[in-house]
Design a protein around this ligand. Structure first.
Ligand SMILES: [Zn+2]
Ligand SMILES: [Zn+2]
Length: 197
């Protein structure tokens, strides 16, 4: 079982030594336990323990979700700051809940964000571009089945695309840019909205 522990005994809040020793006396948790706790709580992509250990070694901190947590060696074992780690867990829970809401809204046809915003969903995400959004699925992207598709925000129908731009030099001379660089226009047949790219 992972556990948080107070490393020192005889801890006194009033003592001036508390400030001096706060680094070594603060609540800490073994990095290995923290990684396990985080892994169980996050539905997101998982990094191996070694990835965290390398980061601790190189930077003196590790990243849980989007939060940086201080890491230090105690008795030759990597530990993380207990309160910082709890905060990282809290923020990650909030973010997962928010992504859950956005995913549920998307299912009902409710679209979030303003022009240019990238919105994360449980299956991938979308980016708002004028009256349209470009949606992608992580599952399809990883399998290179599809980079994504254009959808009209007003009617949620797939939009038509026109490709009248010249290929970029990466597509002409190399293996390609991996983007839809010839895309010139997005049009919704239903609503008549259009966007020049
Ligand atoms: Zn439309
Ligand atoms: Zn290109």
């Amino acid at each position: 079982m992972p556990r948080c522990e107070i490393l020192s005994t005889g801890f006194s809040k009033e003592s001036s030594e508390t400030v001096m020793n706060s680094y070594s006396e603060r609540r800490s948790m073994k990095l290995m336990d923290a990684v396990e706790v985080y892994r169980r709580g996050s539905g997101a992509s998982q990094n191996a323990y070694d990835w965290y250990r390398q980061s601790a070694k190189r930077h003196g901190n590790v990243l849980f979700g989007r939060t940086t947590v201080s890491a230090f060696k105690k008795h030759g074992i990597w530990h993380v700051d207990g309160s910082e780690f709890q905060e990282a867990l809290r923020l990650n829970r909030e973010r997962l809940a928010e992504t859950g809401r956005i995913t549920e809204d998307h299912r009902k046809g409710i679209i979030h964000g303003r022009d240019g915003d990238r919105i994360e969903t449980e299956w991938g995400g979308y980016q708002i571009r004028g009256p349209f959004r470009f949606e992608w699925s992580n599952y399809e992207a990883i399998r290179k089945k599809s980079g994504g598709r254009w959808i009209c925000n007003a009617c949620n129908s797939p939009a038509n695309t026109e490709h009248k731009k010249d290929e970029c030099h990466l597509c002409r001379d190399w293996n390609g840019c991996g983007r839809d660089c010839t895309l010139s226009r997005v049009v919704c047949q239903e609503c008549g909205f259009s966007l020049d790219i």
